[in-house]
Design a protein. Structure first.
Length: 388
């Protein structure tokens, strides 16, 4: 990728980050077709209240970052205006834009979760073809349950076995699971494994609602807990959305400290708990990563959306967490700009930070290079069992 992002004078961490192939341990696919102006504006914000125009949508930290860092890849000047940028994007077409950004990201392995609006985006095979990178799949637990309910093939009495069987099938092609319990009920849920009778009762109510409404949205706290505890049986990492996201969640209920009792239980079972994204709770996530053997974190998503402030978020994630507990992710969905920015702003922010510590004599160059390797790919390789 371009080295235009490196902060002068060039230090050892930035030099290493310019070359290293990243593992994005949580990301989504990119859209297949050219977006309309309204669709593009809606995808460049986490809010579901679509900005009135592309100009308004890019009048943000992430928008300024797009105009600064993404514009040159579309053969536009740095800081091209929003309308010119969007027109050029349409002129090149979605396929070419996606190819440029994904390949320029320097991401060598994507761990893709397709449970959100999967029919609108490229899946694992499409992402592999466009990017030329390796792709592994993460299974969203709630989507599996909703797929089961939508099929009409389950009942209250068989739901436990039906979900277990379907999850087993999905698990064979997956590397990890993900829960969005933060969205559906908040993280202040009872951490205990629910009794089978509780699950059957909750399933009866939910499946009846699905049959009557035709909408399979799972938000019953008992069922959400059951999905998590069923995933535990597979001994794979479980990713949890933490913090910042769209208005479907209540942010004050997305603090990972609310999960402390569950984390304790899963630590005893040696289940890796992956705290995704974490903003504005990255310091709390760092505390948990220090306290418990099984807790890991990233600050993906926030890196894109805070733009020029991303070095500050990265710095806070490095305060308490052991460096073997931090991973890289972009959490990009839909727009390949977000995947590219996730990688670029991560390299820029981490490089600037570590090089400043080396220059001050606080860190050795060797220690900085070790941390670059760990966060960029080494930790993901170890936790997910990835072959180099």
């Amino acid at each position: 990728m371009s080295t235009d992002w490196i902060v002068s004078p060039v230090g050892p961490a930035s030099e290493a980050l310019a070359q290293i192939s990243l593992i994005d341990h949580h990301v989504h696919g990119v859209v297949r077709e050219n977006p309309s102006a309204e669709f593009f504006a809606g995808m460049i914000t986490e809010s579901d209240r679509t900005p009135p125009s592309v100009v308004a949508a890019l009048n943000t930290q992430v928008g300024f970052a797009v105009r600064r860092w993404c514009a040159p890849l579309l053969e536009l000047p740095k800081h091209a205006d929003a309308e010119t940028y969007f027109e050029r994007r349409l002129e090149l077409g979605a396929s070419e834009v996606n190819r440029r950004f994904l390949q320029a990201s320097g991401i060598g392995h994507f761990l893709i979760e397709t449970g959100y609006r999967g029919d609108e985006i490229h899946g694992p095979s499409g992402m592999a073809e466009i990017s030329g990178a390796k792709v592994s799949q993460v299974v969203r637990l709630e989507t599996v349950a909703e797929e089961l309910a939508s099929s009409g093939a389950s009942s209250a009495s068989t739901f436990i076995d039906d979900f277990a069987n379907l999850l087993t099938k999905k698990s064979s092609d997956s590397i990890a699971f993900k829960s969005i319990v933060a969205y559906r009920s908040g993280l202040d849920f009872d951490p205990a494994k629910p009794e089978a009778s509780q699950v059957r009762q909750a399933a009866s109510k939910w499946l009846t609602e699905v049959e009557q409404s035709g909408k399979a949205r799972i938000d019953d706290p008992v069922l959400l807990r059951h999905l998590i505890w069923q995933a535990v049986e597979f001994k794979k990492p479980i990713q949890f959305h933490i913090g910042y996201g769209d208005p479907d969640l209540n942010l004050h209920k997305c603090d990972p400290l609310l999960m402390t009792e569950l984390i304790r239980s899963l630590e005893g079972l040696e289940i890796p708990v992956m705290l995704l994204h974490t903003y504005p709770y990255q310091r709390n996530a760092g505390y948990l990563a220090q306290m418990f053997r099984n807790v890991y974190l990233d600050v993906g998503l926030a890196i894109n959306y805070v733009g020029a402030r991303s070095p500050a978020i990265i710095a806070e994630s490095l305060e308490l967490a052991p460096f073997s507990k931090i991973l890289f992710s972009s959490d990009a969905w839909g727009l390949s700009e977000l995947t590219y920015l996730g990688a670029l702003l991560y390299r820029r922010g981490l490089g600037e930070l570590l090089d400043s510590w080396v220059a001050r004599g606080d860190w050795s160059a060797a220690d900085a290079l070790g941390v670059v390797e760990s966060i960029s790919r080494g930790n993901a390789e170890q936790i997910y069992g990835l072959a180099r």
